[in-house]
Design a protein around this ligand. Structure first.
Ligand SMILES: C[S@@+](CC[C@H](N)C(=O)[O-])C[C@H]1O[C@@H](n2cnc3c(N)ncnc32)[C@H](O)[C@@H]1O
Length: 424
């Protein structure tokens, strides 16, 4: 899209969000002050209770939460939190609507984005559906106020109980609907040594059932025209959720027509990494392969030979990496002599490993779990005591958190001495 076009869409979107009563606030402090002026303590406490209950995963609780969130006085406050989300996701989706003439926005909520798309493309027909009846009432009323004749809203749930839609659409949009359960940890990797997920059909099915993704995707498949496209932006950035989500999509015959696009927006002071945005189709085939590896990170690779030349502050490690690339760095520590290690394996497949060792003139601490977290810290041997302390703290914490209390069953803790004692 040309620069001028992008600026124009920005202006329309800003104007649109203002018409919905949303504000762009860049500090948490300003936001909280506004929230306290607008809503009573009882309103906020009631909302918090519904938010907590929703975590149980019952669709009725989820709907009660959304019903409340679109009513005054909470509507403008809560949705203003998503101001930058609307800007980012709204633009990313709008630029891909292209030639579609019938567009279904599933889980449209109060229709903030649906009405924006309808405003931007007055010659296309938009339908928004949502299982929150109050959201649909708000959306319908607002579309009327905005004078939009090309958008309508229907109270409908996308799941196995809902009857298939009577018609099919050229394009289906889904943003923050299919995998909302950000507290669902997804599927663990095969072990702490790898990022790979095994092909365990029962685990995949369990993920699709508890998140509702399977039934929702089946429903969407029926609603999409044969040559139709689907644009999906969900909370699937973490590998443990990304892999089963991608597999669920691929199993229904979808392939990507562009590389998944990472989505990043601000939530006041914090940058949120979200998405990615998937642009999908069933018809034809694609040269793009589903990527099941962690996103590349910007940590410097470790070259053990360089360590001695690294200028570091007195108490800083020689090397530190808290990203997935720490696994590669750990593998490059050669030779690697393990002094102590402990592995905790939960019955549900989760595993956590911590290892203290030496590599030439260095000591290292490595932590890895089957939810793709990695951590490597390297010091010179003379500062080994620092890592001994970390190791002890971590293993004590793991023992207190692990459901496996008997090391003979699932936890393995082995010590071949102490770094200090070995003079390492
Ligand atoms: C976080 S809001 C997202 C709203 C909008 N898509 C956006 O991007 O701002 C999630 C919406 O999805 C709706 N929803 C969740 N599961 C649904 C389902 N199975 N069928 C229909 N709507 C659903 C909720 O009621 C809620 O309004």
């Amino acid at each position: 899209m040309a620069n001028e076009q992008v600026k124009q869409i920005d202006r329309i979107l800003h104007d649109h969000l203002t018409q919905w009563g949303l504000r762009r606030l860049t500090s948490t402090r300003a936001y909280l002050a506004w929230e306290q002026r607008e809503a009573s303590a009882e309103d906020l406490a009631h909302f918090d209770r519904l938010a907590e209950r929703r975590r149980g995963g019952d669709p009725l609780d989820d709907t009660a939460f959304y019903d409340l969130s679109v009513q005054p006085p909470l509507f403008a406050i809560l949705h203003s939190q998503r101001y930058d989300y609307y800007q980012t996701v709204g633009k990313a989706i709008a630029s891909r609507i292209r030639e579609a003439s019938t567009i279904l926005d599933v889980g449209c909520g109060a229709g903030i984005l649906t009405t924006f798309y309808a405003r931007l493309f007055p010659d296309r027909r938009f339908v928004g559906i949502d299982r929150s009846s109050v959201s649909i009432q708000v959306a319908t009323q607002k579309a009327k106020e905005l004078g939009l004749g090309n958008v309508s809203f229907r109270w409908l749930a996308i799941d196995s109980k809902a009857s298939p839609p009577g018609e099919t659409y050229d394009l289906i949009l889904s943003s923050h609907v299919l995998v909302q359960h950000e507290w669902d940890s997804g599927i663990p990797s095969e072990s702490w040594r790898t990022f790979a997920r095994g092909r365990d059909a029962a685990r995949q099915l369990a993920f699709e059932r508890r998140t509702g993704v399977g039934a929702a995707l089946d429903w969407l498949s029926r609603a999409l025209a044969h040559e139709g496209r689907m644009i999906v932006v969900e909370k699937t950035r973490q590998l443990a959720r990304r892999v089963p989500f991608q597999r669920a999509v691929a199993a229904r015959g979808f392939h990507m027509i562009e590389k998944p696009q990472p989505i990043r927006y601000q939530l006041f002071e914090d940058a949120i990494d979200d998405g990615p945005l998937y642009h999908l189709k069933r018809e034809g085939h694609s040269w793009l392969e589903w990527d099941e590896s962690p996103e590349p990170d910007d940590n410097p690779p470790l070259n053990p030979l360089d360590l001695r030349y690294r200028p570091v502050a007195a108490d800083a490690p020689l090397y530190e990496n808290h990203k997935p690339s720490a696994q590669q760095a750990w593998e490059r520590l050669n030779p690697r002599i393990i002094v102590k290690e402990a592995t905790y394996q939960e019955p549900d497949g989760r595993a956590f490993h911590v290892e203290l060792g030496t590599s030439g003139a260095y000591v290292y601490l490595y932590c890895a779990n089957s939810f793709d977290q990695r951590q490597l810290v390297v010091y010179e041997s003379r500062r080994a005591a620092v890592l001994e302390d970390y190791y002890r703290d971590i293993t004590e914490h793991m023992i207190s958190c692990s459901s496996v209390k008997d090391p003979a069953i699932g936890g393995k803790g082995e010590s071949r001495g102490s770094l200090l004692a070995s003079g390492g």
